[in-house]
Design a protein around this ligand. Sequence first.
Ligand code: NAI
Ligand code: MG
Length: 487
Amino acid sequence: MTTATTLAAPSVTQTQNLIGGKWQPSKSGKTFNVYNPSTTEVIAQVAESDAADVDVAVAAARKAFQTWSKTSPRERSALLYKLADLIEKNAEELAALETLNNGKPIAETTNADLPLTISTFRYYAGWADKIYGDIVPVASNDFFVYTRKEAVGVCGQIIPWNFPLLMLAWKFGPALAAGNTIVLKPAEQTPLSALRVGELALEAGFPPGVINIVNGFGESAGDALVKHPDVDKIAFTGHYETAQIIMAAASKTLKRLTFELGGKSPNVVYADADLDLAVQGAMTGIFFNQGEVCCAGSRLFVEQSAHDQFIEKFKAAAESHKVGNPFDPDTRQGAQVSEEQYNKILSYIDLGKQEANCITGGEPACDNGWFVKPTIFTDVRNDMRIAQEEIFGPVVSVIPFKDHDDLLSQANETVYGLAAAVWTQDIKKAFKLAHSVRAGTVWVNCYNTFDPAAPFGGYKFSGHGRECGRDAIDNYTETKTVWMNTN
Ligand code: NAI
Ligand code: MG
């Protein structure tokens, strides 16, 4: 572990469920442990909920929906702005809490997670009074036809542990702006920042029951939310296998479903690219957030003629990447979120060593905590398991390619379709890739740029629907068509 300046770890203020405006333990009284991944110490014991707790939370959300869905849009906007202000006021504490519970560097929580969370709330505060339908030009003049955009109802939101606050903001922002009420189930690994936001939401003045937070595991609390007959919609981010389970479980009640799932995104470097910039892009693409990013550039396609030169620079950059104490402001890569995730990554590294060539990393970093060294595999073929399966860690597969056709057939040869990137100085190559790759986001000479206004989501196994932007408002509204006989 590095021992440079260490910011004080924040105190944990809340470990219970938020239901109907009140903090309460689970009905069973059970709790589960929450860890600091950089030390493996237990930092909190959080209420462990099951179907009985979900029932009460859904009832509270249903009751609140009757009035919340009818509040004036300006009122909802003002509350969202107020919550954004409170998050901003407490940004240092929230950034530290996120670093403590997730293991990601304080430089990232301070400069990425918190500003994006705040701007997402402000962006959707701006949408609340700009959601409206159309006047519809039907054939007959005997009718006046118009549409209304109405809230979907009670929304179950199930989020993962890699960006706990940002995933909360992407889900809360559009849902609340459109007049829905919420039952959130945070990831069991990282519930603490959501609970702090729950406190701030009460302080902002959100009415009881509009925002409910139920802690617990996916197979119990999450499953109960998915199956609940009085939940109108589930928004989920996580693994596609979980989404398959959710889809099947939700089929009985025909809930609306939106999914933001994983990826194995191609990050493409042409020989004519600015190679230093492309190396930085490859670094950000795979090592940002310890590689625990759904749109990580985990398949790095490098044009053959530039391969060796690129790899030399990339390896040097990976070896100078600072891994360690996430509270050190100079740290660029912190700890993996959990022992389970750490073991999963190490087992993929073992597999990779049998299939391909590990040129750097390939082992744990630091003495304690769930740290993994930045790891690069070369001589990878696109059909190998390390190139096809989501590792969700700081592990990249480098695959050489000959020309555009060779590249494209390989880039699209994956079940996923979340993101892609291309590094080139030739605008034709950039357009060609951007328009032919089957992915929800394409970055040209950049990587991992995000904005709440820009839709995000995936093709194929990477999801259903888009979050952010206007698209997310559509996810949280029903269209009602009104026919008036004017004759
Ligand atoms: P997961 O998909 O199981 O968990 C995500 C969320 O879903 C958590 O809140 C969890 O409690 C909940 N959940 C789990 N099973 C559920 C069920 N049957 N019904 C309702 N909710 C359920 O992901 P997990 O197990 O944490 O990670 C496994 C892998 O998933 C990772 O290694 C990574 O490859 C991928 N993943 C992808 C993410 C993304 O952003 N697309 C985020 C997190 C994980
Ligand atoms: Mg799971």
